[in-house]
Write a protein that binds this ligand. Structure first.
Ligand code: WTA
Length: 652
C-alpha cells in the first residue's frame, strides 16, 4: 500500500464483526483448544501435525535450530508424492476426484487419485529415463493444465527439486531462473490459453535456453497445437511419458531434502530463489490447509484460483490439498473468458464449497457488478478465503454479501513465498472476523510486532513491523546458493527474529491488521514486484539514462507501477511522445513480463535526489498519488519537483 497512514485511518473506523456460524464451529477441525496445546508445547504440537503424514522413518527430534537455519524433523524420511497420491489410494479413496480441471476453451478433465497415480508414475519414469536424478533441478514453465501438477509431483517423487516459472514471465525472466538454479531439463507446452489467445510458451523457452547450454532436454506438452519451432533437445511429452509404466516405487527422502525453489522479488534487481524442503513444508501446508479451510476431504470441493506459478498455487492447489486427499477445481484461464460469470459458473457446476482467491480479483468482480454472480447458484459455498494483499473492508463486505450470501465466513490469510504457508488467519470455527483484519497468528506460530528498536509492542493498539520470533515448519530453508543473502534479507534487521517486510498493527482487541510492505517491494494484483527490478529493466533500454519506479494506490490492482524516466542525452529527441512510452512498456514486458508493465511512465529531465545521491522515492510516490509533496529540504535541487509536476498532464 502506498499510503499506510490513510489505510490505517480507514481501518480504525471499521467496527463490524462476524462470529463463526454455530454449525461450522460445532464441527470445526480445529477449536480454541489448539491454541492452548500449542502454547504448552509448540514443538509437540507440530510433531502431531507431522503425524498426519506418512513417514518411512520417524524423525529423531522435532527441530534443530541454529538461527537462522531451521531443520525440521531431522532423521525423518518421506516421499511427498506418495503422501499426496499413493496413500489416499491405499486408504480406499482411489476413486475420489483429485482435480476437476476446466480448460479455458471449455474442454474438461476429471482426474481421480487413481488416475493421478498413473500419470505421476509415468512422468517420474520418463524423467528418470531422461537422466534426472535426485537433487537435479527441473524447470517447469506450463499453463494451468493438469500436467503441471503431474510434473511437480513427478519431480517430488524422484527427489528432483522443481522450479516453476509463472507462464506470464518473459523468456528473459525464465532464462535467469534456469541459470540461477542450473536446471538441465525444462518442461513446457506449445502454449496455453489466456483470454482466448494461445500464449507463446515454447517460443519463450527456445529464446531462454539459447543461452543455457546445460539444458539437455525440453519436454513439450501439446496443449494448443499451435506452430512451434523444433530443436534437437526437444521431446514431446506424449511420446516420452505416455509409453512409460504406470507404476513407480518411490524412494523416501530425508526431511530436509530440497522440494522446490520458487523465485520471488526482493528489494534488489535479482529475484531470490526461495528454497523449501520436504518434511516441514508438507507438514505445514497440509495442516494449515486442513485447519484454516476446515477441510472435510470427503465432501468439500476446494478451489484456489491462483496460478501454480506462485506460492499460493504450490501450497494450496498442489501440495496442501493433495496431501489432505481433497477434491479441487483447477481452471486454466481468466475469469472473463468467454464471459464475466465464468468463475461463478464453475462454482455452480462443481458445487464448490471453499473458494480461495485474491482481493484484486474481488475488486475486479465488484467493478463488473453484483448482478453477474447473482445469476448463478452459489449455495454450495460455505467458506471463503483471500490472500496476497491487504483486503479493504469494502471488498471484504462485497465478497461476503455477494459471493458468500451474507453467511460464509471469510478467512483473510497472511503469508509469503518465504513462509511456505499461512501464518496469520482467523480459524473459521473459532474467531469472530472483522472486515480487513487477518485476526490472529495460527496456533504454533509466534508472531510479534516490533518497533524500530526491536522492542516487542504490546498487543493493544500499536503499530510497527511484523516479525516471527520462533521457527515454524513451513519456513524457507535459505535462498538458493546464497546463505549470506538469506541472513542479510530476513535476519539482519532484528538479530532475534524473522523480518517479514510488512507493517502491521494490533487493534484494541489484540487482532492483527496488515498494513502493506515497508520496503521497495510493490504489490500489483497480489504479485510481488520490486521497484528496482522494473528500474533495471527500464535502464536496460538503450534510450534510457535513469529510471525511478514507485507503486501508486490503484482501486483495482491494489498498487500500480508508475515510472519516472530520464532519456539519454543523445537520443533525447523523439522521447517525449506516446510512441516512446509504448516502446518502454513493451521493453519491460519483454524483460520481465506483462505483470511488470508500468501503468504510467513520465518522461522527466531530472529525478529528485538527496545530497548523497539517493533517489527520493517518497516524493515520487507523492507525485504518483497526486498528493501534496512532503519535505523537500534534503533535495539537492528542489525545483526538480516543479519540473516533474509540470510533466503530469502528458502522462500516458
Ligand atoms: C502480502 C503470497 C495483507 C504481504 C502468499 C506479503 C498480504 C506479500 C496478505 C507476500 C494478506 C499476502 N494481507 N498482505 N492476507 N497476504 N500479503 O510472497 O505484503 O507472493 O509480504 O506470497 O504479500 O507475497 P507472496
Amino acid at each position: 500500500m502506498s499510503d499506510p497512514d490513510a489505510t490505517l485511518s480507514d481501518l480504525l473506523h471499521e467496527t463490524r464483526t462476524f462470529p463463526p456460524p454455530p454449525e461450522l464451529a460445532e464441527h470445526a477441525n480445529v477449536t480454541a483448544e489448539a491454541f492452548e496445546t500449542a502454547e504448552r508445547d509448540r514443538l509437540a504440537f507440530w510433531e502431531r501435525a507431522a503425524e498426519r503424514l506418512s513417514w518411512t522413518a520417524r524423525w529423531d527430534r522435532a527441530l534443530d535450530w541454529e538461527l537462522p537455519f531451521a531443520h525440521w524433523f531431522p532423521g525423518g524420511r518421506l516421499n511427498v508424492a506418495y503422501n499426496c497420491v499413493d496413500r489416499h489410494i491405499e486408504a480406499g479413496h482411489g476413486d475420489r476426484v483429485a482435480l476437476h480441471w476446466e480448460g479455458e476453451p471449455g474442454d474438461t478433465r476429471v482426474i481421480t487419485y487413481q488416475d493421478l497415480y498413473g500419470q505421476v508414475c509415468q512422468a517420474a519414469n520418463a524423467l528418470a529415463e531422461l537422466g534426472v536424478r535426485a537433487g537435479d533441478r527441473v524447470a517447469i514453465y506450463l499453463p494451468m493444465i493438469p500436467e503441471v501438477v503431474v510434473a511437480m509431483l513427478a519431480c517430488a517423487r524422484i527427489g528432483a527439486p522443481h522450479t516453476v516459472v509463472f507462464g506470464g514471465f518473459s523468456a528473459e525472466a525464465l532464462r535467469t531462473r534456469i541459470q540461477d538454479c542450473d536446471a538441465q531439463v525444462v518442461i513446457t507446452a506449445d502454449g496455453g490459453y489466456r483470454r482466448g489467445a494461445p500464449s507463446p510458451l515454447k517460443a519463450n523457452v527456445d529464446a531462454a535456453v539459447a543461452d543455457c547450454p546445460e539444458v539437455r532436454h525440453v519436454l513439450v506438452v501439446r496443449r494448443t497445437g499451435q506452430d512451434i519451432d523444433w530443436h534437437e533437445r526437444d521431446l514431446w511429452w506424449h511420446e516420452v511419458v505416455d509409453r512409460q509404466s504406470r507404476e513407480h516405487s518411490p524412494d523416501a527422502f530425508e526431511s530436509d531434502h530440497p522440494l522446490f525453489i520458487l523465485y520471488t522479488s526482493g528489494t534488489t534487481g535479482k529475484p531470490k530463489g526461495i528454497l523449501h524442503t520436504t518434511g516441514g513444508y508438507l507438514t505445514f501446508v497440509a495442516w494449515t490447509h486442513w485447519a484454516v479451510f476446515d477441510l472435510k476431504p470427503e465432501r468439500d470441493v476446494f478451489w484456489c484460483t491462483a496460478d501454480v506459478g506462485w506460492v499460493t498455487g504450490h501450497s494450496y492447489i498442489v501440495y496442501g490439498p493433495l496431501a489432505n486427499g481433497a477434491s479441487s477445481v483447477m481452471y486454466e484461464g481468466t475469469p472473463d473468458t468467454p464471459h464475466k460469470g465464468r468463475w461463478w459458473e464453475l462454482v455452480e457446476k462443481h458445487r464448490v464449497s471453499i473458494l480461495y482467491t485474491a482481493p484484486t480479483a474481488i475488486r475486479t468482480c465488484m467493478k463488473w457488478g453484483a448482478e453477474i454472480p447473482a445469476e448463478f447458484d452459489l449455495s454450495s459455498l460455505r467458506l471463503l478465503g483471500t490472500v496476497g494483499e491487504p483486503i479493504n473492508p469494502e471488498a471484504w463486505m462485497w465478497y461476503r454479501e455477494n459471493i458468500g450470501r451474507g453467511e460464509c465466513p471469510i478467512v483473510d490469510t497472511w503469508w509469503q513465498t518465504e513462509t511456505g504457508g499461512i501464518l496469520i488467519s482467523p480459524l473459521p470455527g473459532v474467531h469472530t472476523t472483522k472486515p480487513g483484519s487477518a485476526i490472529r497468528p495460527l496456533p504454533g506460530i509466534s508472531a510479534a510486532i516490533y518497533n524500530d528498536e526491536g522492542q516487542v509492542l504490546p498487543r493493544k493498539d500499536t503499530a510497527g513491523y511484523l516479525v516471527l520470533t520462533e521457527p515454524w515448519p513451513g519456513m524457507m530453508r535459505t535462498i538458493w546458493g546464497d546463505d549470506d543473502r538469506y541472513r542479510e534479507v530476513y535476519w539482519s534487521r532484528y538479530p532475534d527474529a524473522y523480518f517479514a517486510g510488512d507493517g502491521a498493527k494490533w487493534d484494541t482487541d489484540g487482532d492483527i491488521w496488515l498494513l502493506g510492505r515497508v520496503d521497495d517491494v510493490m504489490n500489483i494484483s497480489g504479485h510481488r514486484i520490486s521497484t528496482i527490478e522494473v528500474e533495471s529493466a527500464l535502464v536496460s533500454h538503450p534510450k534510457v539514462a535513469e529510471a525511478a519506479v514507485v507503486g501508486a494506490a490503484d482501486p483495482t490492482t491494489g498498487q500500480a507501477i508508475v515510472a519516472f524516466v530520464i532519456p539519454r542525452g543523445a537520443t533525447r529527441t523523439g522521447t517525449d511522445g506516446e510512441q516512446f512510452v509504448r516502446e518502454l512498456r513493451d521493453h519491460v514486458t519483454h524483460e520481465i513480463g506483462p505483470i511488470a508493465k508500468p501503468k504510467q511512465i513520465l518522461v522527466v529531465a531530472e529525478l529528485p535526489k538527496t545530497r548523497s545521491g539517493k533517489i527520493m522515492r517518497r516524493l515520487l510516490r507523492d507525485v504518483a498519488a497526486n498528493r501534496e509533496l512532503g519535505d523537500v529540504t534534503t533535495l539537492t535541487d528542489s525545483s526538480v519537483m516543479d519540473l516533474i509536476k509540470e510533466k503530469l498532464p502528458t502522462a500516458s
